[in-house]
Design a protein. Structure first.
Length: 71
């Protein structure tokens, strides 16, 4: 029991940090919405980068969830 569990990586820590990163990116994206509506091109670019980053983090979270479901 102890040896097999000791060999497993700390799954909760990795997925938790990815999820925390995702929440942070979403929060930052929220700050860019109003300036984007006002016509700020730099805010629009930051929002686009945030969306791309959030999509990547969502993929990582989904992959982690699928890995955890198999074990």
């Amino acid at each position: 029991m102890g040896y097999v569990q000791a060999m497993k990586p700390p799954v909760a820590q990795g997925s938790q940090s990815t999820y925390t990163d995702l929440l942070s990116v979403i929060e930052d994206m929220g700050k860019e919405i109003r300036p984007t509506y006002a016509g700020s091109k730099s805010a629009m670019e930051r929002l686009k980068r945030g969306i791309i980053h959030a999509r990547a983090l969502v993929r990582e979270c989904l992959a982690e969830t699928e890995r955890n479901a198999r074990t």
